[in-house]
Design a protein around this ligand. Structure first.
Ligand code: NAP
Length: 291
């Protein structure tokens, strides 16, 4: 496993973690989900990303099962929903997450989305309270534009905002125009979610290039040169940015293994150029969406 620093902290976190969106939604899949997370953990994927919102707390319960015998080895990230971002709401949400996760602390606590209802002043003040109480180690945000990050940073004062989790994949490169440069300049880790594209229910579902398209053929051909799959090319392409990490979700253990092995290849400049041609960057930056 390769590691990168979390923001400007001394914490080293795995460059690839495990996402858990949709975990806990279907009881009959619980064992498979716990098994997948455990397999990832045994193989170094010790960063786990979850959220109170996933399966209404169900994903956190699955995570609790998977980490119960190895909590000390895990870097645990969970998120407070935008609607719970009042001062009191954040603290209560964190307490409930801690209970579901069956742990005494959250390594990284993120505001899931910018909130329509609650000001950064309230939310971030609550975040600093949680850090001072020892319930949270590090504060972060998700889906934040640079302007929103600045607002949050102004509130947390001497505390460190160490991470911004954002969507990033071949068909959505908007963060390259505003979020990634801002975060790199200010020592904030960018945690890329949905590295294989968005699910149908999310942002119109711009997913992974499908078999039979020229875009997919290009990725398969590039992968073929390294004995790798198109998905491994995707992870490698994402991780080319300094200070960035990513959190694919994989229930299938063959997928987890493949994601781990993606770290072994390095794409050549020539291949990166071909990707540039097929998946061009637009001029648009990531825009502000509030919930
Ligand atoms: P994703 O990780 O990009 O894609 C997941 C899909 O890719 C699953 O269908 C998985 O299949 C498949 N897959 C994984 N590895 C593969 C491989 N090596 N080869 C082929 N297919 C592979 O999508 P995501 O779940 O949207 O994003 C990842 C995580 O980011 C989430 O789980 C969540 O923790 C986080 N997230 C955060 C936000 C936010 O607003 N902050 C939003 C979305 C996601 P199997 O499951 O069958 O293995």
């Amino acid at each position: 496993m390769k590691y990168r620093s979390l923001g400007t902290t001394n914490e080293k976190i795995p460059i690839i973690g495990q996402g858990t969106w949709t975990y806990g939604e279907n009881k009959s899949e619980a064992l498979e989900e716990i098994k997948a997370l455990s397999y990832g953990i045994e193989n170094g994927l010790t960063l786990i990303d979850t959220a109170e919102e996933y399966a209404k707390g169900g994903a956190e319960r699955i995570v609790a099962e998977a980490i119960k015998d190895c909590r000390g080895d895990i870097f645990l990230t969970t998120k407070v929903s935008a609607k719970n971002c009042s001062y009191k709401g954040v603290i209560e949400a964190a307490e409930k997450s801690l209970e579901r996760l069956n742990t005494t602390y959250i390594d990284l606590y993120l505001q899931h989305w910018p909130s329509k209802e609650h000001e950064a002043e309230e939310t971030m003040r609550a975040m600093t309270y949680l850090v001072e109480k020892g319930l949270v180690k590090y504060i972060g945000v998700s889906n934040f534009t640079p302007e929103m990050i600045m607002e949050a940073q102004n509130v947390i004062g001497h505390h460190v905002l160490s991470c911004n989790q954002v969507g990033y994949h071949f068909n959505d490169r908007r963060v390259e125009n505003n979020v990634i440069p801002y975060c790199q300049k200010h020592g904030i880790t960018v945690m890329a979610y949905s590295p294989f594209g968005y699910a149908p229910q999310f942002f119109g579902g711009v997913g992974f290039p499908e078999q039979g398209t020229s875009e997919r053929q290009v990725l398969d051909d590039i992968g073929g040169k390294y004995g790798a799959t198109a998905y491994q090319v995707a992870l490698n392409w994402i991780l080319r940015h300094e200070g960035l990490i990513t959190i694919p979700k994989a229930k299938n253990t063959a997928h987890i293994k493949s994601n781990l092995e993606a770290l072994e290849l390095t794409l050549s400049d020539e291949d990166l150029q071909v990707i540039e041609t097929y998946f061009p960057k637009t001029n648009e930056g990531m825009s502000l969406v509030k919930y």
